[in-house]
Design a protein around this ligand. Structure first.
Ligand code: ZN
Length: 489
């Protein structure tokens, strides 16, 4: 019995050592790292002056959301980077890659350039990770919560992003390469990994252009590593179903952090989930690690990103704000999309006119100088503005402004087949500006504030997608459709 006890305690010790034993080389990963194993690892790897671990919030299920800060250069580290992962609990490889990166830097600190101030949030959705599902503990999709910010996980991410103000940010996901529709054609999706940049229309062009330069530049890096890579797109199958870059809305991590002035990306790594799926976690995490390192770049590329990001933060808002826009193929050009023929494993190039990568603007408004929220709806709006860290003032007495009223005509619930647009479009009419007295307690939210681009994305009533896509805010419209947010020209 004594001997059995000894063997058991040896096994327990071996298991706990393994738990903390994250490999520096992602190719050595055999299984994904759980929240519990991550906690053990982070406790072991923390080291004063190099790796600091802080708890930034708790999930609905009470699990800690961690921020890992890696810094070798102290005050010399001026290039601020935020990599975050696993907002969708069943999309794991970005998190595993980040933990391997931490281990690699712990083993060889010289891997971290002295000018890089690196922040990692490897597991944004620990409840979803534990349950192996996309959503969080209350079945919310975290990457559709960046306007409302009601989930503790997204709130933690935004608090960190506002505190750090990263120059470079990356959100990390996974997509399925062998879904049902692909099955039916006998194809697998070709890329192992994909990436795209921020794209909300009111983000400065220079930042969006630079993002696309990096997205294209990664082709060479991934080709050298032997990993199929292309720009991240969503949609159907070639040749005739629409394929386009993903959402332009501010409701996801990439665009919401991008509106804060970061050169912001989403990486999506492909997983085959069918019965003959390879156990390729190590390969996926390796592809991730290579893209992270590529984006960290060299001193010259970091200096360029830092300058662009700082300039974006100072840049005035555009005079006009696009409110209605969609992806199109401007001249009907035929391009090719790669797929893998499942039977032969051959790569096929399918010609298609349905690759839509041109953003077409159908309607715009003049960018206002501020918004006024009517006092009758001040409570839910103050909560919203506070969650975002926006600056506003509360009117002490009645105040008169020349303001534009907006009216919610309807919310279109279904997918738009004609223009390929998502559900919940808010159709809003705008009246000419006129003097109106707002009661005490109304809120004035100026656009000239550090987070002005975020304010625009959250509050602009004329956007096709916005607050009134959500019932708790569309319910605040008066019977005649009048919305609580008024525009000040
Ligand atoms: Zn995802």
């Amino acid at each position: 019995m004594k001997r059995l006890g000894l063997i058991l305690s040896c096994l327990v010790l071996a298991a706990s050592l393994r738990a903390g034993n994250v490999p520096a080389n992602p190719l050595e990963l055999t299984r994904t790292i759980s929240h519990g194993d991550m906690e053990t690892f982070l406790r072991q790897v923390a080291r004063p002056g190099l790796i600091t671990v802080t708890e930034e919030g708790r999930s609905h299920g009470g699990r800690a959301i961690y921020l890992v800060h890696l810094n070798r250069g102290g005050a010399k580290a001026h290039f601020r980077v935020l990599f975050y992962a696993q907002q969708h609990g069943n999309e794991v490889s970005g998190k595993d890659a980040q933990l391997c990166l931490i281990k690699a830097i712990a083993d060889r600190p010289e891997l971290l350039p002295e000018d890089v101030d690196l922040y990692l949030m490897p597991m944004m959705n620990p409840d979803g990770a534990e349950a192996v599902r996309r959503t969080n503990g209350v079945q919310a999709d975290l990457n559709r919560d960046h306007i409302l910010l009601v989930q503790p996980e997204t709130q933690a991410l935004h608090r960190v992003a506002r505190r750090i103000l990263p120059h470079l940010a990356v959100d990390s996901h996974e997509f399925t390469r062998d879904g049902k529709d692909w099955d039916a054609r006998g194809w697998d999706c070709w890329p192992l990994i994909t990436m795209d940049g921020l794209n909300a229309p009111w983000i400065p062009e220079a930042l969006k252009e630079q993002a696309l330069v990096r997205v294209e530049g990664a082709r060479r890096v991934m080709e050298e590593a032997g990993y199929p890579y292309t720009r991240y797109t969503v949609g159907g199958l070639p040749p005739l179903e629409e394929i386009r870059p993903s959402t332009t809305e501010m409701d996801d991590g990439r665009n919401s952090i991008g509106c804060m002035g970061a050169l912001s990306f989403i990486i999506e790594c492909g997983v085959r989930r069918g019965p003959d799926a390879p156990g390729d976690l190590g390969v996926r995490a390796d592809a991730y690690t290579r893209l992270y390192r590529y984006l960290l770049g060299d001193p010259a590329s970091r200096a360029r990103i830092e300058a662009l990001s700082e300039a974006a933060r100072k840049a005035p808002l555009p005079p006009f704000t696009a409110t209605n826009f969609f992806w199109a193929n401007l001249d009907g050009q035929v391009r090719t999309v790669k797929v893998v023929d499942r039977a032969t494993r051959r790569v096929l190039e399918i010609p298609t006119p349905s690759l839509m990568t041109d953003l077409v603007v159908k309607a715009s408004v003049a960018t206002p100088s501020a918004y006024v929220v009517d006092a009758s709806s001040a409570a839910p709006f103050r909560a919203l503005l506070d969650r975002h860290g926006f600056t506003y003032r509360v009117c002490a007495g009645p105040e008169t402004f020349k303001a534009e009223r907006c009216r919610l005509l309807r919310v279109e619930e279904s997918y738009d087949d004609l223009y390929g647009r998502y559900e919940h479009r808010q159709i809003v009419a705008r009246d000419a500006a006129a003097d109106r007295e707002f009661p005490a307690g109304s809120l004035v939210v100026p656009l000239s504030q550090p987070l002005g681009r975020c304010v625009l994305g959250v509050l602009e009533p004329c956007l096709l997608y916005g607050l009134y896509s959500y019932k708790e805010f569309s319910a605040l419209a008066r019977p005649d459709g009048t919305l609580p947010v008024w525009r000040l020209p």
